[in-house]
Design a protein around this ligand. Structure first.
Ligand SMILES: C[S@@+](CC[C@H](N)C(=O)[O-])C[C@H]1O[C@@H](n2cnc3c(N)ncnc32)[C@H](O)[C@@H]1O
Length: 226
């Protein structure tokens, strides 16, 4: 795996947090309604999220390895979708670890539960959450992982507070999200600097940015719980 740790980002955009992530919902233009559909076609979404050509799928093993999980640790995948990362996290933390797969989409949660049961991944717990809360137990996780989902949060401030509560002291937050450029640029409500400022204002300290060969459309930011 070729992995680069990039120098700290420049500070900025902190003021935007007040408007972008205050008590009012941010405008995510109905991005999430389709996921909440009780008739959601999970197989079609699994094809979309778990197919070659999607860079986070192609580099999923490198992404997971770069987090440096240890056996027995606890990780939450918030916005787990069809569960692309769930078996990889389960392997990394082992049978004595814990993987919480959290999503607001009931059909995705059913799908993740069924797949975990088929594979006898007893360390996986799937949680149907809500827009303002992860519903994770307090002080339960070492790492929170959020892939292509932070920009979907309608209530980022409330979600960050919930993530903060769920983390153990020294807990780490890993964000993978789209650069605000190119094909996916129109899809995200803000870019890296704004999201970084929001997350720092939510009680996290930025630690590093990682680059992985083949990851071009996304950036990867690491934070620590303050
Ligand atoms: C683009 S998908 C990414 C799924 C997965 N992380 C992946 O990379 O394959 C975004 C996911 O975020 C979920 N989502 C949106 N808002 C959420 C929230 N507040 N809490 C948890 N999940 C959320 C959606 O239901 C959807 O499954």
């Amino acid at each position: 795996m070729r992995l680069r740790r990039v120098a700290s980002l420049t500070a900025g955009a902190a003021l935007l947090f007040v408007t972008a992530a205050g008590a009012q919902p941010v405008d995510v233009s109905g991005l999430n309604e389709r996921y909440k559909d009780p008739d959601l076609k999970v197989e079609a979404w699994a094809q979309r999220f778990e197919s070659e050509g999607r860079e986070v799928f192609d580099r999923r093993e490198e992404i997971v390895a770069s987090i440096g999980l240890e056996p027995g640790q606890s990780i939450a995948d918030v916005g787990a979708g069809t569960g692309l990362f769930v078996p990889l996290f389960a392997a990394a933390v082992g049978p004595d670890g814990k993987v919480y797969a959290v999503d607001i989409a009931p059909r995705f949660i059913e799908h993740i539960r069924a797949r975990a049961a088929e594979r006898d991944l007893t360390q996986v717990t799937a949680i149907l959450n809500e827009d303002r809360s992860t519903r994770l137990p307090e002080g339960s996780v070492d790492v929170v992982f959020i892939c292509d989902t932070y920009h979907h949060f309608e209530y980022p401030e409330a979600m960050l507070a919930s993530i903060h509560r769920a983390m153990r002291p020294g807990g780490r937050l890993v964000i993978v999200d789209f650069k605000r450029e190119g094909r996916m640029g129109r899809h995200v409500r803000a870019g890296k600097e704004v999201f970084k400022a929001e997350i720092e204002a939510g009680g996290f300290r930025f630690t590093e940015e990682l680059e992985i060969d083949g990851i071009e459309e996304n950036y990867i930011l690491h934070f620590e719980r303050r």
